[in-house]
Design a protein around this ligand. Structure first.
Ligand code: LMR
Length: 340
């Protein structure tokens, strides 16, 4: 199911894509032209991803003496979930940071391991996976889809929102829930008796406002910055799944950079990612504190038994992933989680 986009915006995006198609085959300019790096993402600037991108831009500008220009396009201003990966392939954008959930449908289903419900207890466990050998291996797999993975970034754990509290599996029955384009997330909602509706992030608010969907899962910073509290009066602190990102570029762009520029961009990104990862927990706490004070919004904490009931209900989703995508990968991830 999809929601209509303003047609002028769609047309502008199509024109850019067509122009980019032509440019892909064009010969490189002679000399050493300035570098333009367009970084497109779908969330607000005051989120871990938005802040990481701003830090990256500042570092590159400061160190590149103005020769490398980073243009930031937050809030799906340039590309959205539907077209950003195609735009990267066509050279219409140089850097993206899609959520890990979005790489499965792009041909790298192993990334959906991060969507498995209740796999991670906290961000320390996530980092044992993303910052170690398993994470490196996953980034390398992106080459299969003409992407170069440059690093991981955390947002946090997702909470469920709706027009009612969602404490037990039975509470989900019949709800249409917006999910990202991930088979695991679809299975998760079906296991709860809900109907998953795949929608781009940039269309979620409108879909909730118009009643196309009834519920959504978001980490607090996204829920807050998208203004969803005005539409979803109940936020249940299920903490059921992780949301994080991989920063990617196209190998063609990466190889077009001189060795010096590549090192500059790589170092700036590593520092920006470290900054974003440090900030993620603080922004999560701040967003929750703000949401607790938001008139008209009720937050519901789950007890240990309620959380355990949800986890048990969702266990078949984890087993199904092991069968369909890779029991070996799941074992490696679980081993990394337990290695702390
Ligand atoms: C979503 O679609 O819900 C998230 O991936 C958005 C984001 O980039 O945090």
């Amino acid at each position: 199911m999809s929601v209509e986009r303003p047609s002028s915006l769609l047309c502008a995006r199509r024109r850019l894509l067509v122009a980019a198609c032509a440019a892909v085959g064009a010969p490189a300019l002679a000399g050493a032209p300035p570098v333009l790096l367009r970084f497109s993402h779908v969330v607000a600037p005051d989120t871990p991803k938005g802040q990481m991108a701003l830090r990256f831009q500042a570092l590159v500008h400061q160190r590149g003496g103005g020769r490398i220009r980073v243009e930031l396009y937050p809030d799906s201003q340039l590309w959205g979930d539907d077209d950003e990966m195609e735009a990267l392939r066509l050279g219409a954008v140089e850097m993206l940071a899609p959520s890990l959930s979005k790489f499965g449908m792009a041909g790298v289903p192993e990334f959906e391991v991060f969507d498995l419900p209740y796999l991670f207890a906290d961000l320390a466990q996530v980092r044992r996976v993303t910052q170690g050998a398993v994470g490196r291996g996953l980034l390398e797999r992106l080459a299969r889809q003409q992407m170069r993975g440059l690093g991981f970034l955390d947002n946090g754990f997702k909470q469920m929102s709706a027009r009612r509290a969602l404490r037990t599996p039975a509470d989900y029955r019949g709800l249409r829930v917006r999910v990202q384009a991930s088979r695991v997330l679809g299975e998760q909602m079906r296991a709860l008796g809900a109907q998953p509706v795949v929608l781009p992030f940039g269309e979620t608010q409108r879909a909730l406002a118009s009643g196309v969907v009834d519920a959504a899962e978001n980490p607090p910073s996204n829920f807050l910055t998208q203004g969803l509290a005005a539409l979803q009066p109940h936020l249940t602190l299920t903490q059921h799944g992780y949301l994080g990102y991989a920063v990617v570029t196209h190998p063609r762009f990466w190889e077009s950079l001189s060795r010096v520029d590549r090192a500059l961009v790589d170092d700036a990104l590593a520092e920006a990612l470290a900054h974003g990862n440090r900030l993620a927990e603080a922004l999560d706490r701040q967003a929750l504190a703000t949401l607790r004070q938001t008139p008209g919004l009720r937050l519901h904490a789950l007890g240990a038994a309620e959380r355990e009931a949800l986890r048990r209900h969702l266990r078949p989703v984890v087993d199904g992933f092991g069968r369909s995508v890779g029991a070996g990968l799941l074992r490696d991830v679980q081993r990394a989680i337990g290695s702390g």
